[in-house]
Design a protein around this ligand. Structure first.
Ligand code: SF4
Length: 536
């Protein structure tokens, strides 16, 4: 049996770091963890081929070679998914599809032959069994959650790991929280399922030479969802493993701001090598956080928590959202001020979306406020806002302009480095060494940003300041210059997309004063309902 496993193209997003990739010499940010885990669950005697379309093109020869084409995708990959499905249909290839996109919306892909939905550890064996008997069904789904202790190590030998900046793995699934706009609990449940330490370290070692990666990303939705297991089992084992094997690689992950409440957990995470963390802050407004059920972010001093995490030695990235029902222009201004004061350099601001499968999706559908079909693009929404849509998009344009401007990003980088310098000196095992790829990246930064970039003035001011005040953290400072470049390019893309859509707002960073926040001339695609209609 010939099996072709295809990973669809990721669109350009803040997270895919497309513009930062220019400095790395790599082809993509991280490998397709889910698809390679599925590959490891297929019978050993089958011929398997993987095409990650973010790394190399999918050819007709690949498709014709396959008895089955396996597709795994997240919501953001929908455009590429539809193109791949059309090509497979044209060439008569049979398609087996799984992953979050299909789990939520399989009925919108009528030409897929078999859906293997939810967690593949449960549904894939059912499909394989029926295939063996010669009668595979069109759909396999389950309400059960898999035992991740049974999950095999991804079949890394099917790809070239040297193509990727980061390595990737997973320790847990699920999240105990119920944020209204998030589909994690619908997909993976509220009860945390974790792997034992031996399984995690075996997965790390299966990745081979870890020196070739800048980071290993723990692709958990909330790493600290079961803090007790983490403190008692995984983190002590990882600390031990780092010491024993002298692996210098550092780890990155996603977690909640509640980390700032737990000094022991912060210390253990740092000692185990976790330095880069992502938190959903969403909004500085208590009322908004309560309404969207982001309760773990309420009744706390968010700014003090952020500073604490920086001072403990974490580099925090964060997500913010514009477009909540309570939004006003004043709240947009407060969000901008909060972001600027926070010192969080990598800040993603998005428009509120209601992904299928979430409580927010149901709420919006019941209120008649959904725009179909769902547009997964960043900077777009599928919700009819309470605020005038033009005013909302104008406010959003202002927030991202004031967040992604080079001067604003370097301002936050200074706040961060001042806090980060206060971190305790912990014994963290061997630290990553400077390698040839880092020297190459430094030269590229100097050329592309320092000598020929539009933001070179801010760049040299920031680098000069870092050399004077934070020589020890110059590597972090250089990384921030790459992030600033990436976000500048993302903002240019945002303006270009606005122009394509006929919106006038958005202006280049170098036009200050009145240059941004112009009202769009584009008529709203959907009429906003009267407030009384919504309330009903
Ligand atoms: S804490 Fe994060 S993963 Fe958990 S429900 Fe909220 S947004 Fe989703």
């Amino acid at each position: 049996m010939n099996i072709l496993l295809v990973y669809p193209e990721m669109p350009t997003t803040y997270m895919t770091m497309e513009f930062a990739l220019e400095f790395t010499g790599k082809k993509a940010v991280y490998p397709p963890l889910g698809l390679l885990t599925v590959a490891a669950m297929l019978p050993g005697g089958w011929n398997k081929r993987v095409v990650d379309t973010n790394v190399k093109p999918l050819t007709d020869e690949d498709i014709v070679w396959a008895d089955y084409v396996f597709l795994s995708a997240m919501n953001v990959q929908v455009k590429s998914v539809r193109e791949i499905i059309a090509r497979c249909n044209a060439l008569g290839a049979k398609i087996v599809a799984g992953g979050p996109l299909f789990t939520h919306e399989h009925e919108t892909f009528p030409t897929v032959d078999h859906f293997v939905l939810n967690e593949a550890e449960i549904t894939l064996p059912l499909f394989l069994n029926d295939l063996d008997l010669g009668r595979p069904k069109p759909l396999y789904a389950t309400k059960e959650f898999a035992d991740v202790r049974e999950t095999p190590i991804p079949q890394w030998d099917l790809i070239d790991l040297n193509d990727y900046v980061f390595a990737i793995m997973q320790y847990s699934r699920g999240c105990p929280y119920m944020c209204e706009f998030c589909d994690v609990t619908a997909l993976f449940g509220r009860k945390m399922r974790t792997k034992p330490p031996e399984q995690v370290t075996a997965e790390l070692e299966a990745l081979g030479d870890l020196n070739r990666f800048d980071l290993v990303l723990f692709a958990d939705d909330n790493l600290i969802g079961n803090a007790r297991d983490l403190k008692q089992n995984l983190l002590p084992a990882l600390i031990d493993w780092r010491g024993k094997y002298k692996y210098p690689v550092n780890f990155a992950t996603q977690l909640t701001i509640t980390l700032a409440d737990d000094p022991e957990l912060m210390r253990l995470l740092r000692q185990a090598g976790f330095g880069s963390i992502f938190c959903g802050i969403e909004s500085p407004e208590e009322e908004t956080l309560t309404n969207i059920k982001k309760r773990q972010n309420t009744k706390r001093d968010l700014m003090a928590n952020i500073t604490r995490l920086h001072e403990e030695g974490f580099t925090l990235s964060a997500g913010f959202i514009v477009g909540f029902d309570e939004d006003t222009p004043e709240k947009h201004q407060r969000m901008m001020d909060f972001i600027q004061d926070s010192g969080i350099v990598f800040t993603m601001v998005n428009l509120l979306k209601a992904p299928p499968g979430t409580a927010l999706y149901t709420k919006m559908r019941e209120a008649g406020r959904l725009i179909e079909p769902f547009n997964f693009e960043e900077n777009e929404s599928n919700i009819i806002p309470m605020m005038d849509p033009e005013l909302l998009h104008e406010g959003y344009a202002r927030v991202i302009k004031m967040t992604y401007g080079p001067a604003q990003m370097y301002h936050r980088a200074r706040i961060f480095l001042d806090s980060f310098a206060k971190r305790p000196r912990l014994k963290i095992g061997t630290q990553p060494k400077v390698q040839w790829r880092h020297i190459r990246a430094t030269f590229l930064v100097l050329w592309k940003i320092g000598l020929t970039g539009t933001q070179r003035k801010e760049f040299w001011k920031f680098i000069g300041w870092s050399l004077r005040h934070h020589l020890r953290d110059l590597r972090s400072a250089m990384m921030f210059t790459i992030l600033t470049y990436h976000f500048e390019k993302m903002y240019e893309l945002y303006i270009a997309n606005n122009q394509k859509r006929g919106r006038k707002f958005g202006a280049a960073f170098n036009t200050h004063g009145q240059g941004y926040g112009l009202i769009s001339a584009k008529p709203a695609t959907v009429e906003a309902p009267a407030m009384t209609d919504v309330a009903a």
